[in-house]
Design a protein around this ligand. Sequence first.
Ligand code: ZN
Length: 371
Amino acid sequence: MKEDYYEILGISKNASAAEIKKAYRKKALEFHPDKNPGDSKAEEMFKKSAEAYEVLSNPDKKARYDQFGHAAFDGSGGFGGGSMNMDDIFSQFGDIFGSAFGGGFGGFGGGGGGQRRVKGSNLRIRVKLTLDEVANGVEKKVKVRRKIQASGVTYKTCGTCNGRGQVTKITNTILGRMQTAATCSTCGGSGQILDRKPSDADAQGLKVSEETVAINIPAGVEEGMQLKVPGKGNDAPGNGIPGDLLVAIETIDHATLKREGDNLHYDLYISFSEAVLGTSKEIDAVGGKVRIKLEPGIQSGKILRLRGKGISSINGYGNGDLLVHVNVWTPKELNKEQRDFFERMQNNENFVPKPEKSDKSFFEKVKDMFS
Ligand SMILES: [Zn+2]
């Protein structure tokens, strides 16, 4: 059972955006790994607070969470709420703390222990997908303006921290001498400083370059999910590692097909005569039209299931189905001849409803669909 995001941040459900931000700031400072080295409980809390903030600071995600709780983000594999790593968390800090954390060079990769390598900042883009693209997965090529190390740039070891990225401070307190580690302010924690700076480079030795990045979007993604293309964010200076490209998924509604999980729904309207005599109809489906056959005497409300014609599951559990809802259109106006015919048929044996077991009630059909 996951903890409530509001409880993690210690705020009420009607906290304002400013209160949410303030609460997160407080938790992040309290549990920051630099302040709690080697404390796995603090790190856990640090991650939980970041996850809670990531959801509650985003109006769309917050609305989904308020309505559905953690279920809003379940079944989404490595996407959505529950998948933040330390890099994501530090990259989020720019919004919260300005430049107070992460130095001038973005956040830190790796986390806990040993030499830390600076990580370049993440880039964010949105990608719009049609239902066909969602159903089958697609490769999208996007132009990205990312910062890369300028050609000819060189870096050298920072003299202040001797390349460690951290400086130790000894302070005298009433408890005795205390040794604390702090990020080196000269190099911002990277352990390296700019040596030779080409004229087209910025203060970190980087310059903007336009690149085409191919993004493989798996089948079954949903609106609001986020994909990560590792290493396609901004470069870090020196021997740091590049940030990531974060891709927010947006979906374009289909004109006639409605998505529900991995299944698709289609409303089919047929005439009274077609229901009586049987017919064949062309309907929309993923990737084009399909023709379906309707037996004579088909009932209004019948749901035809076209197996595997839905969306590919993002978890790789096969395909959803296309469910065709049959609606029989009852004529609203009749001429004299038609009226006479139906009046004669009113008590005709063939026109009296005789539901059979196979003509399941609406509720039984719904139950079937979810079982
Ligand atoms: Zn330094």
